[in-house]
Each structure stands twice: as structure tokens, then as C-alpha cells.
Design a binder for this molecule. Structure first.
Ligand SMILES: [Zn+2]
Ligand SMILES: [Zn+2]
Length: 315
């Protein structure tokens, strides 16, 4: 079958690969649409978390052998340990993620554990189904921040997770300001209901959500937090924290790390997908994958979420 393969640092190529084989409890599904994630664009220049050769792709909708349209929760965890039993399977010590630690969905077909399939509601298209994954990230971050009054929210970064954070915050009635360097993305944020948009936050917020993860945005997430407020960090761009620890202590600010989503967050994101506006992805043929991937790596920002779709299911 055809797949886009991460072959060496900085490079993805189209090639013929072996058909996936389903292990016990798994099923091979036909990929309908798979989103290119920001973490993949940055990740392939620094091997470590992902090791080539690898078929990446963890944000996808698919069709099962019985014809169901599904979104697939890509976080495979043990299901038995203390963390899994407490509902924190996203940080299970045995965690391995489809498209990161095992073959993913930039391909015609992929093998997935059957228990991780979620039927899409009638009203949710397969394109929207591929956006359930970023939406689940945002839902998880929002839930981790509960306990903050959260009536004013700052979001740093207007990529697909930042926009999903905007949608979730608005869904819960918050006032939301969102930042990005791209005018196209800010325009889209405006359309999706942002109360303020700009290159930087202005003023103080109860809750600041950092979807970028640059040293500068982590610093900004604390600078624009009111004392006792909460910052949630989801962005994975840089490792250096870049913040003033003494100021954090003196103002009793809280920082929470947020990674992926639990199985129940993902299930709830599937249900929520029909209630928020997820109509901002752009589809490309899987064969165009390496070209689009290269353009996005070089900074193309008019496409907020590129979906790769194998030709076999594009009729
Ligand atoms: Zn992702
Ligand atoms: Zn576990």
C-alpha cells in the first residue's frame, strides 16, 4: 500500500510499504483523512520522540471493515496500571501512540486496537472527524485547569490546538483573547468567535493556555496571568522553560502540564465535534503529502490544518 514515510531527519517520502497486520484485539481500518500535526513538522528535524523509518499520523478518521465511519483514539496504554485505573491513561508508563511509537495513518490502511474506535455522529463529516484529536487535546487542558474561575482566557498560538482551545473556552462561556504571528490564523480565530486577537496578549487573564510552547510564550503565559491564576502548557516547541520562578512564587501562580487526553476526553470530544465549528481543515491527496509537509515546515500558514486523504476513499 502507499504511505508517506519519515525516512531520515527532516525528510518524508512517499513509498510502497507492507500491508499492516492486525494483532489480537486489533482491526485494520481504511484511513479516510489524517491531519498533519505541528509536533510532526518540528519532530522530524529532531529524532528522539519519533524514530525513522516511521509512518507518522495520529489525527485521523477511518472506515472500518463493516463500513462504520470512525475517529481513532491513538493513545494506546496498558489499561491495568495505577494511572490507567485512575483515568490518566495518557500518562501511562507503557503508553505508546499510533503514528509516533507504532505505524500511523499517513497511509491507505492502519492497524488499530478495536477498543479505540469511536463511531462518528451522523452530523460529523470525516474531515471534522480528523479534527477530533486536536479537540480532545483542548478538552483535556480545559479540564485540567478546572478550579480556576476561568472567565477570562488567553490562548497563545492559533494552530489547530489553539483554535480548539478557543472553541472549548467559548463553549463554556469564557471571554477569549488569542495570539498568533499569522494574520490568516487570527482572521480565522476572529470568525470562530475570539473576543480579541493579536500578536501578543494585552492585560491579565484568569487562565492562559500555551499551545505554542516556545520560551517566549511560556514567559508570556505567566506575565499575563493574574496572581493566583493558572497557566496550562501544552505546546512542545522548546524544552527551556524561560520563566521567572521567583515571580511565580510571589504571585502564587500555578502551572499545569497537559499532554494529549484520556480515553474519556477523547470520547467526549467525539460527541462535542458536532457542536463546535470544525470546518477549517484543507484536504490534500496523500500523494501530495511530502510537498505539503515541506511547505508547512517552511512556514506556510494559510493552511491551518492540512488533511491527507488516500485516493482510494476519495470518490
Ligand atoms: Zn497532534
Ligand atoms: Zn497503564
Amino acid at each position: 500500500m502507499r504511505a508517506m514515510v519519515y525516512t531520515k531527519p527532516g525528510t518524508v517520502e512517499l513509498s510502497e510499504v507492507d500491508e499492516p497486520v492486525a494483532a489480537p484485539g486489533e482491526v485494520v481500518v481504511e484511513v479516510v483523512a489524517c491531519g498533519i500535526c505541528g509536533s510532526e513538522l518540528h519532530g522530524i528535524s529532531k529524532p528522539g520522540f519519533r524514530q525513522p523509518p516511521l509512518v507518522m499520523g495520529h489525527e485521523f478518521s477511518a472506515r472500518t471493515p463493516s463500513g462504520d465511519r470512525v475517529a481513532v483514539d491513538p493513545v494506546v496504554s496498558c489499561g491495568l496500571c495505577d494511572l490507567c485505573r485512575a483515568g490518566h491513561n495518557e500518562v501511562c508508563r507503557e503508553r505508546h501512540i499510533i503514528g509516533i511509537h507504532r505505524q500511523g495513518a499517513f497511509a491507505e490502511r492502519v492497524a488499530v486496537p478495536e477498543r479505540l474506535l469511536h463511531k462518528l455522529p451522523e452530523a460529523v463529516s470525516v474531515e471534522q472527524g480528523a479534527l477530533v484529536e486536536p479537540l480532545a487535546n483542548a478538552l483535556h487542558a480545559w479540564r485540567l485547569a478546572r478550579g480556576t474561575s476561568g472567565s477570562t482566557v488567553g490562548v497563545l498560538g492559533a494552530g489547530s490546538i489553539g483554535l480548539s482551545l478557543l472553541l472549548i473556552s467559548k463553549h463554556h462561556g469564557a471571554q477569549v483573547a488569542i495570539t498568533d504571528l499569522s494574520p490568516e490564523r487570527l482572521e480565522l480565530a476572529d470568525r470562530l468567535g475570539a473576543d480579541a486577537t493579536g500578536r501578543e496578549l494585552d492585560g491579565e487573564f484568569d487562565l492562559v493556555l500555551d499551545a505554542a510552547g516556545a520560551t517566549a510564550t511560556r514567559r508570556a503565559s505567566l506575565e499575563h496571568l493574574r496572581p493566583t491564576g493558572t497557566a496550562v502548557w501544552l505546546g512542545l516547541l522548546e524544552a527551556a522553560p524561560g520563566f521567572d520562578a521567583l515571580d511565580m512564587i510571589r504571585t502564587e501562580k500555578r502551572i499545569i502540564g497537559s499532554f494529549a487526553y484520556s480515553h474519556s476526553d477523547f470520547a467526549d470530544a467525539v460527541a462535542l465535534a458536532g457542536e463546535v465549528d470544525l470546518t477549517w481543515a484543507t484536504s490534500f491527496d496523500l500523494d501530495q503529502g511530502p510537498t505539503i509537509f515541506g511547505e508547512l515546515m517552511a512556514g506556510r500558514s494559510d493552511v491551518v490544518k492540512a488533511l491527507l486523504r488516500p485516493r482510494s476513499l476519495r470518490a
